[in-house]
Design a protein around this ligand. Structure first.
Ligand code: BES
Ligand code: MN
Ligand code: ZN
Length: 508
C-alpha cells in the first residue's frame, strides 16, 4: 500500500473512501459535534440525521458507511471510544478496521481526515504515524499460495486540511519513517509465513545473503561442517535429524555513528519444530512452522535498522535448524557441548530452542563483545499460558535495557511484560551430569527456567530475552481476539519493537 500525506481537506479529495474518526459522546446531547461538520457537509446532511437517530455513537470498532450524494464515493465513520481512554493504539486499531472493512468493496483509494484522530495525548504526529501503521499492517495478506485475490485499498493518505497544513513537512517525515517500518514488518511476515518445506535453514541463510547484498551489509553463513568444527554442538544436535542441515547466520550493520553501542540481536530459527524424538502431539503441530519467527524478525530488524540508518551497530544472529525425529536425530540423554564449551544434558528434544540459542549467544558474545544482547524466541508454551497470545514475556538482567525495551513497547504498541529471574530458576536448570539441563523436573515457571538456561550462555553482558511464543502468529481462533492489524499467520512481532529501541538508543 502506498501511504502519503496530503494538505487538502479529506472531504474535498477524490478518494473512493474518506475515513473520519468519531468519539463516543456521553449523555443525551444529540447535537452533532463541530468536528464532524465537514463530513456532514460532504454527506449532504446524512451524518447529522444519522447522529440524531443515534445510529452513529462513536463506540470502539463501530463502522458506519454513508454514501455521498455528490457521487464521489463513501464516508466511513469509525468509532474511537471515549476520549479519556484514547491512545495511539486506538488509532492504529481503527485504521486497520477501516482498511479491512474496505477489502473487496471496490475502494482503491482512501483519505483519512487527520484532525478527527487527534485528541489529548494523541497529537498529530502520533495520529499520523498510527494511521500509517494500522493501515499498512491491516491491509496485509499472505498471498503467495492464493490463486485469486479480492483487492483492497492500494493508496491511502493522511489529509491535513487547513488547520494543519503548516505541519506538512514534519508530518510527511513522520509518515515516511513509519511507512518504512511497517513495510519491514510485512517483509518479515512474508518470510515467516513460508512453510517449512520452503523456508529451510539454507533458505533463511540465502534470504540473509540476498538482504546483505541489497543493503551492502556483511553477512556470514556457517554451514553444518563449519558449525561442527567451531564447536557449535547445539545447532548440530538439533539439526541432526533433518535432511536440511543447520545454519548460523551473522549479519553486521556497522551503525550510523562512529562510537555507537553494539547491540546483538539473536533469533531462534527453528524452521519446523516437531519436537524431535520427544515428539509433539498432532493437533496444531502445523503451527510449528512459525517456530522460526525470532530469527526472521532479526532479518527484518537488521533490514529496518540499515534502511533507517540507526545509530548503534547491530549484529544480527539467526540460529537456524529443523527439529525432526529420525535415525540421525539427537536424543533424550545425549550430552551436547556448545560453542563456549559449556555442556547441556538433553532431557527433552522438544526444548530445542534454548539449545540452538546457546550457540548463537555464546558465539556473538565471544566474537563481537556487544554492549548488550537481546534475543527473540518462540521459546515456551509456558509463556502463552502465563501471558496469553497478545503479549510477549521479557526477562532481563539489566534494568536500563529492560526499561528501554518497555519504553519502545509502549511507543510501538507491541506489548511486552517483564518477568522475574531468580536463583530459584537458576537452581532448576542445573544438571548432575553436565553444566545445565534443557528441561526441568518441576514443570513450574517454564518461561523463567528457560531464561535461566539462556543466561548461562550470555555471561555478564547486559541481556534481555523476549519469549514471543504467543504473539508471533495468529490462527483463525486467536485472531478473533486480536486487533485487525494482526492478519492471519505470522505477525512479524519484534520488528517494530526492536527497531524503535535501536532508534531511541541513538537519541538518548
Ligand atoms: N517452540 C516450542 C514453544 C512453543 C509452544 C511455541 C507453543 C509456541 C506455541 C518450544 O520449542 C517447545 O517445544 N517448548 C517446550 C519446552 C519443554 C519441553 C521444556 C514447551 O514449551 O512445552
Ligand atoms: Mn520444541
Ligand atoms: Zn521450538
Amino acid at each position: 500500500m502506498k501511504f502519503g500525506v496530503d494538505r487538502r481537506e479529506a472531504t474535498s479529495s477524490s478518494a473512493d473512501a474518506v475515513a473520519v474518526g468519531v468519539f463516543e459522546v456521553e449523555g443525551k446531547d444529540d447535537r452533532l459535534p463541530p468536528s464532524l461538520a465537514l463530513a456532514d457537509k460532504a454527506s449532504g446532511g446524512l451524518l447529522a440525521a444519522a447522529w440524531k437517530r443515534r445510529e452513529v455513537r462513536g463506540k470502539k470498532r463501530e463502522l458506519t458507511v454513508l454514501h455521498r450524494p455528490d457521487g464521489r464515493g463513501r464516508i466511513l465513520l469509525v468509532g474511537l471510544g471515549a476520549r479519556p481512554q484514547f491512545t495511539p493504539d486506538t488509532v492504529r486499531r481503527a485504521a486497520a478496521d477501516v482498511v479491512r472493512s474496505l477489502r473487496a468493496k471496490g475502494a482503491r483509494t482512501l483519505a483519512y481526515q487527520l484532525g478527527s484522530f487527534v485528541d489529548g495525548i494523541v497529537t498529530a504526529p502520533f495520529a499520523a504515524r498510527a494511521l500509517a501503521d494500522g493501515s499498512i499492517l491491516g491491509a496485509y495478506e499472505f498471498l503467495r499460495y492464493r490463486t485469486s485475490t479480492e483487492g483492497g485499498v492500494e493508496e491511502a493518505s493522511v489529509h491535513l486540511g487547513e488547520e494543519r497544513s503548516a505541519e506538512e513537512r514534519s508530518l510527511t517525515a513522520d509518515v515516511a519513517e513509519q511507512t518504512i517500518i511497517a513495510e519491514n514488518v510485512l517483509w518479515t511476515r512474508d518470510i515467516a509465513n513460508l512453510p517449512a518445506d520452503t523456508a529451510t535453514p539454507e533458505r533463511l541463510a540465502e534470504e540473509a545473503r540476498a538482504l546483505g547484498k541489497s543493503l551492502g551489509l556483511k553477512v556470514t553463513v556457517f554451514d553444518e561442517k563449519q558449525l561442527a568444527k567451531m564447536g557449535c554442538g547445539g545447532l548440530v544436535a538439533v539439526g541432526g535429524g533433518s535432511s536440511h542441515p543447520p545454519r548460523l547466520v551473522i549479519l553486521e550493520y556497522p551503525g550510523g555513528t562512529r562510537r555507537g553501542r553494539t547491540v546483538a540481536v539473536v533469533g531462534k530459527g527453528i524452521t519446523f519444530d516437531s519436537g524431535g524424538i520427544s515428539l509433539k502431539p498432532g493437533p496444531r503441530m502445523a503451527e510449528m512452522k512459525f517456530d522460526k519467527s525470532g530469527a526472521v524478525a532479526v532479518l527484518g530488524i537488521v533490514r529496518a535498522a540499515a534502511t533507517l540508518k540507526v545509530a548503534p551497530r547491530v549484529i544480527g544472529v539467526m540460529c537456524c535448524a529443523e527439529n525432526l525425529p529420525s535415525g540421525t536425530a539427537y536424543r533424550p540423554g545425549d550430552v551436547v557441548r556448545t560453542y563456549n564449551q559449556k555442556t547441556i544434558e538433553i532431557l527433552n528434544t522438544d526444548a530445542e530452542g534454548r539449545v540452538v540459542l546457546a550457540d548463537g549467544l555464546g558465539y556473538v558474545v565471544d566474537q563481537f563483545h556487544p554492549d548488550e544482547v537481546i534475543d527473540l524466541a518462540t521459546l515456551t508454551g509456558a509463556q502463552v499460558v502465563a501471558l496469553g497470545d497478545d503479549m510477549a514475556g521479557l526477562v532481563s538482567t539489566d534494568d536500563r535495557l529492560a526499561g528501554g525495551l518497555l519504553a519502545a513497547s509502549a511507543a510501538t504498541g507491541e506489548p511486552v511484560w517483564r518477568m522475574p529471574l531468580t536463583d530459584y530458576h537458576r537452581e532448576m536448570v542445573k544438571s548432575e551430569l553436565a553444566d545445565v539441563r534443557n528441561s526441568t523436573e518441576l514443570t513450574v515457571a517454564g518461561m523463567l527456567t528457560a531464561s535461566a538456561f539462556l543466561e548461562t550462555f550470555v555471561g555478564k553482558t547486559p541481556w534481555a530475552h523476549i519469549d514471543m511464543a504467543g504473539v508471533s502468529w495468529v490462527n483463525p481462533v486467536t485472531r478473533k481476539y486480536q486487533p485487525s492489524y494482526q492478519s492471519l499467520g505470522a505477525t512479524g512481532f519484534g520488528v517494530r519493537l526492536i527497531t524503535r529501541y535501536l532508534q531511541d538508543l541513538g537519541r538518548s
